[in-house]
Ligand binder design. Structure first.
Ligand code: 9MR
Length: 377
């Protein structure tokens, strides 16, 4: 939950937490050493008491992580997610197949749990995702619906999901991965039935369901300049000119070590110049296994470069990593022989990438004025 959407005492309490975070102090009371798992103790090394969330707040941004509802049962996992990060995105729990596995039978437990976690820890909640061709329930994917019926299914789904979390989700991925690599529209059940207008319709439905949420379109391989990013640029320019309620663009940033996107900062800036906010939404940087010290250091430099690209753009609101630990990452299951993509290792110890990201936020905070506004002589 964003400070802007809180009122009264809740806002004051959160402002105090944010201020503490900005000073590099943990936002939750520290546990005693005896009850702190070794991995979490490791997380506190570096600047005493410092956190990624605190460093990001000092630069006026959030540091987020994707979370899996069932992993919140693990105290070490929950503690890092709660204390190091100021934003959470449900990795799978809000997807259509998760919330409506059978037609009209809704299962909100996991999504509710993550929303409650975000509230309890004063974190931003990034809703993911309303309209996406993947992870659709079978009844929808394999159904044979006339265009008008599919349109109603889509807008009803948005009304149900965004409506349920109205006032609690700060940002929604309304449409995800709408483009092919050449910048043309991806062939999906929505595009096939409704053409490109499904996108504007989805945004209007999301705005009706939760008028206070910031509405994003999100994609991968749009992080740097290139044909896919050009396709996204053309679309969002058109949508904003037509007055469609779209407020931001998400750049997933599922990156490969040694293959940094072309001119990421310039790319983020051109979207910001359209009057839109931008967020790095799903950052990870995978490598060929085995891990070496050299690869970890290179990965750190690349995490730093991505964070720098965000902090160089005034309208970049934050960076979310797609899972904080290599133990929970989607990468090994999808890319054989690759992994180690996250800022924490499999034992929940911070890697060089963690420190690089935190340093990048910290320095960005100093560039915009030292903590507490002290004047340097
Ligand atoms: O991390 C998610 C993984 O657990 C799922 O199995 C997968 C299914 O498609 O989705 C992963 O998350 C994706 C995200 O929702 C959208 N952008 C790409 C992410 C990685 O595939």
């Amino acid at each position: 939950m964003n400070v802007l959407r809180l009122r009264g005492a809740a806002a004051a309490a959160l402002a105090a937490t944010t201020l503490l975070g900005g000073l590099g102090l943990p936002s939750a009371p520290p546990a005693t050493a005896a009850e702190t798992p070794p991995a979490a103790r490791g997380a506190a090394h570096g600047v005493p008491g410092g956190t990624l969330a605190g460093a990001a707040a000092a630069s006026g941004r959030f540091a987020g992580t994707a979370v899996a509802a069932d992993r919140l049962d693990d105290p070490a996992y929950a503690r890092i997610a709660a204390t190091q990060f100021s934003g959470v995105t449900p990795e799978n729990a809000m997807k259509w197949e998760s919330v409506e596995p059978e037609r009209s039978r809704y299962t909100w437990d996991d999504a509710d749990r993550i929303a409650d976690f975000a509230d309890a820890n004063g974190q931003d909640l990034y809703g993911h995702v309303l309209v996406w061709h993947s992870q659709l329930p079978a009844w929808l994917n394999e159904g044979d619906f006339a265009p008008a019926e599919l349109r109603t299914l889509m807008t009803d789904h948005i009304a149900a999901t965004a409506g349920r979390y109205r006032g609690r989700v700060d940002r929604w991925d309304v449409v995800n991965e709408a483009f092919d690599e050449d910048g043309t529209f991806r062939d999906t059940i929505f595009h096939r039935a409704l053409g490109e207008d499904y996108i504007a319709e989805a945004f209007r439905a999301a705005h009706r369901a939760d008028p206070g949420a910031e509405l994003f379109i999100n994609d991968y391989n749009t992080d740097g300049l290139g044909p896919k990013s050009d396709g996204m640029y053309r679309l969002v320019k058109k949508l904003t000119a037509r007055g469609v309620p779209i407020h931001g663009v998400g750049f997933q940033s599922h990156l490969v070590l040694g293959q940094q996107p072309e001119k990421m900062r310039a790319n983020l800036q051109r979207f910001a110049d359209l009057g839109l906010d931008v967020v790095i939404t799903e950052l990870d940087i995978r490598m060929d296994l085995p891990v070496t010290r050299k690869k970890l250091l290179r990965q750190a430099a690349e995490y730093q470069a991505v964070t720098d690209a965000c902090t160089a753009v005034r309208r970049c609101e934050g960076v979310t990593v797609w899972g904080f630990s290599d133990a929970d990452s989607w990468i090994p299951g999808w890319f054989e022989g690759e992994g180690a993509a996250c800022p924490y290792d499999e034992a929940y110890r911070p890697k060089p990438a963690y420190h690089a990201m935190r340093l990048a936020f910290t320095l960005a905070g100093w560039r915009s004025g030292p903590p507490g506004g002290r004047r340097m002589s």
